[in-house]
Design a binder for this molecule. Structure first.
Ligand code: GRF
Length: 211
């Protein structure tokens, strides 16, 4: 089993319920999981997922946008990530579009989960759009975050069958269950891959620095 010191230090950024964050957190507690959640941060102080993370003993940070420019808010987020010596950032229902500068700083270490089979249905209302198109399958994707919304390389997907009489809510509920499986699996695989291709010293302290 990996010791905690060897595990990749992951931050999860959320805006709401945080069920994907919870899936990652509980997966991280399984034997041999190669990552640990060292910070849960949110742009919303009242995000239910923050309270869950606190109850589970995970450090949290609320980094609200009110009264701040995007640059100031992202600067505060970056500081929180650096304070926690975060190595990899997992967006999980984080409802802000990150600036190209922030994305560039975390290039290759910034993942997101999206509730569609990318490249289909980037952006919002994915389940309604899949139903409206008459698709036989919906699903979810984990992808790298790049400056273009939901357009980074896809690392994994799960398809979910569309059932007769599905609504966006019923379909979305099943896709969310698939998301929980997919994100933990892909994140673990990604971390193992990174560790296999990087020298040990870069595995322990690759925290990005400003400048
Ligand atoms: C998920 O469907 C995710 O794919 C989308 O926002 C939702 C977040 O749900 N980006 P939760 O907060 O993880 O429960």
């Amino acid at each position: 089993m990996s010791s905690d010191v060897q595990k990749m230090r992951v931050a999860v950024l959320i805006s709401g319920t945080g069920s994907n964050m919870a899936a990652l957190l509980y997966a991280s507690r399984l034997p041999d999981c190669p990552f640990r959640i060292v910070l849960v941060a949110s742009d919303r102080a009242d995000a239910p997922g923050l309270a869950l993370a606190q109850a589970e003993g995970v450090p949290t940070a609320a980094v609200p946008c009110a009264g701040r420019s995007q640059a100031e808010q992202e600067g505060a987020m970056q500081a929180a990530l650096e304070n926690s010596e975060v190595e990899l950032v997992a967006l999980a229902g984080y409802m802000r579009v990150l600036s190209p500068g922030f994305v560039a700083r975390w290039e290759g270490r910034l993942l997101n989960i999206h509730p569609s089979l990318l490249p289909k249905y980037k952006g919002l209302d994915t389940h309604a759009r899949a139903l409206g198109a008459g698709d036989a399958h919906a699903g979810c994707s984990v992808h790298f975050v790049t400056a273009e919304l939901d357009a980074g390389e896809v690392l994994g997907r799960i398809a979910v069958v569309v059932r007769p009489h599905d609504t966006p809510e019923t379909l979305g509920g099943r896709v969310l269950i698939a998301e929980h499986q997919l994100y933990a699996r892909v994140l673990a695989e990604f971390v193992r891959f990174r560790k296999s291709v990087q020298p040990p010293d870069q595995n322990t302290h690759p925290t990005p620095r400003s400048g």
